[in-house]
Write a protein that binds this ligand. Structure first.
Ligand code: PLP
Length: 499
């Protein structure tokens, strides 16, 4: 093992003696990334875990390289070369956006200054900047002056905190945990179930209402479940509606859901992790009408505001609800600080030490402005409409819904004949074969028990030609699989060849 002298170890600390080394290291890092991004001609190398795992395992963590350039060289081989590049126009898989440069500048600043947004004495202006952005986002939602919120690590955490606040409000009425219910739709995000489990609710606590043909929560289903719970003596602690479902981008009918929730006295949470980009759209803001009547809203800036991971927030219509997250520790946030009016965010957060992620959004708004972000989001929504028209006109595929946002769920349909039975397998195969080729990355999901493919369009640089190219590749892979297996179809042992 190498034992550096104390002087050597200190040379790695970032301080007034080492700013030159810092400049060089960060410049080398950004040059390396820029070089890699400048020459990536595909979103992925296609590397399999079996190839990368031994290379990463072979690195001896007990033998440091003592050199930034050498470490970057090594990193090229084990990470940069084979990373999945979301900035590439044929990365079409999950809700990962390409990122804007002002936000990357924010990353440089926030990681080096390393503020922690729990208390004023660890962040000073950072706390106020986050508060301004919370206020700004609440304003975009249409909340009134009582609104408040906090940045979080992502939609999962924002949803957890929303349901935690709702649970605490419901518990104040003395209802036991076992009688609490959360209503969401079949297309709601799985983090709602995870949150319910973490909050100690039973396995039946989350009730999934059916969706309509456009995959929006059905109002008659919601009304029925509200009524059923009431008659069974159960307390619906929250309805979790979705503004932008993960698979379909569908937006639940928010004004009507808000009306039903208000009539039943139920907390309305809107998961706008994906749909929040509409808050800055000049052409489609109306799709979120009704969101201002929610009690809490999840927004993921790292999905539709072109921000790097992590950047999310939970907003509440009445800031007083955040009191449920407040606990005081003598060493950190004693009550006397609050009484003296010294602002802190830890009293509103599930986290203690917390990154200054808000800075990325701040620099984004200060450099390019909200309209420019909204325009980028509008462009991908436009592109999805074009891609839908392409798919609908293409006899090789069937497409599930017309996208309100920027996802497309579809499947390759082998021509009539014995090959048709192999459609499920062929779609699964096509997705993996495409990823292994590295030419493009698409996602997959199941609809009504059948395997489908999914495009999530978040890159305004993606063109119709990119999409046409990827559809051809998918059809080619899928049909090849059918051709390979069709002669065997009908043999019982060949019903599920792909695994
Ligand atoms: C609708 C919705 N809500 C919540 C989440 C979870 O967000 P995160 O991955 O940031 O935790 C997602 C993720 O895709 C989502 O699509």
């Amino acid at each position: 093992m190498t034992h550096p002298r104390a002087g050597d170890a200190r040379s790695y600390l970032f301080n007034d003696h080492t700013v030159e080394g810092y400049r060089r290291a960060v410049a080398a890092g950004s040059a390396r990334v820029a070089g890699r991004v400048g020459r990536t001609d595909r979103p992925f190398s296609g590397a399999a875990p079996a190839r990368l795992a031994p290379e990463i395992a072979a690195i001896d963590l007990e033998r440091p390289l003592h050199d930034h350039a050498a470490a970057l060289d090594e990193l090229e081989g084990v990470y940069l070369r084979d990373a999945v590049y979301f900035h590439h126009p044929r990365y079409l898989a999950h809700l990962n956006c390409p990122v804007v440069i002002p936000a990357l500048l924010g990353e440089v600043v926030l990681s080096a200054v390393n503020s922690s947004l729990d208390t004023w004495d660890q962040s000073a202006g950072g706390t106020l900047i986050e508060r301004r952005l919370v206020e700004w986002t609440a304003g975009r939602i249409g909340f009134g002056p009582a609104a408040d919120g906090v940045f979080t690590s992502g939609g999962t955490q924002s949803n957890l905190q929303a349901l935690f606040l709702a649970r605490e409000e419901a518990r104040a009425t003395g209802t036991p945990l076992s009688r609490l219910r959360v209503i969401t739709s079949e297309a709601g995000h799985f983090s709602v179930r995870k949150a319910a489990a973490l909050l100690g609710l039973g396995p039946e606590a989350v009730v999934a209402v059916e969706t309509d043909a456009e995959r929006r929560m059905r109002l008659d289903g919601l009304a029925r479940e509200l009524d059923r719970c009431r008659r069974a003596g159960l307390t619906v602690m929250a309805v979790a509606a979705t503004a932008g479902t993960t698979d379909f981008g569908s937006i639940d009918p928010l004004p009507e859901i808000a009306r039903l929730c208000a009539a039943a006295g139920v907390w309305l949470h809107v998961d706008a992790a994906y749909g929040c980009g509409l808050l800055v759209s000049r052409r489609r803001r109306h799709l979120l009408d009704g969101i201002e009547r929610a009690d809490s809203v999840t927004v993921d800036f790292h999905k539709s505001f072109f921000q790097p991971v992590s950047s999310s927030a939970l907003l509440v219509r009445d800031g007083a609800a955040l009191r449920h997250a407040a606990h005081h520790a003598d060493y950190l946030n004693p009550l006397r600080m609050a009484e003296r009016g010294i602002p802190n965010q830890v009293d509103k957060s599930l986290q203690t030490t917390r990154r200054f992620d808000a800075l990325k959004l701040w620099l984004t708004l200060r450099v390019m402005g909200a309209d420019a972000v909204g325009e980028l989001f509008d462009q991908v929504v436009d592109l999805a409409a074009e891609a839908h028209a392409m798919l609908a006109a293409d006899p090789r595929f069937e497409v599930v819904t017309r996208p309100p946002l920027s996802t497309l769920v579809f499947r390759y349909l082998p021509p009539e004949g014995p090959g048709r039975e192999l459609a499920d397998d062929a779609n699964l195969y096509a997705r993996e074969a495409l990823a292994a080729s590295g030419e493009a990355v698409v996602a997959g999901t199941t609809v009504d028990g059948r395997h489908h493919l999914k495009l999530t369009l978040l890159n305004p640089e993606t063109t119709r030609d990119d999409i046409a190219y990827v559809l051809d590749l998918l059809a080619g892979h899928a049909q090849r699989h059918v051709d390979d297996l069709a002669p065997l179809a009908g043999h019982p042992e060949v019903t599920h060849v792909h695994s």
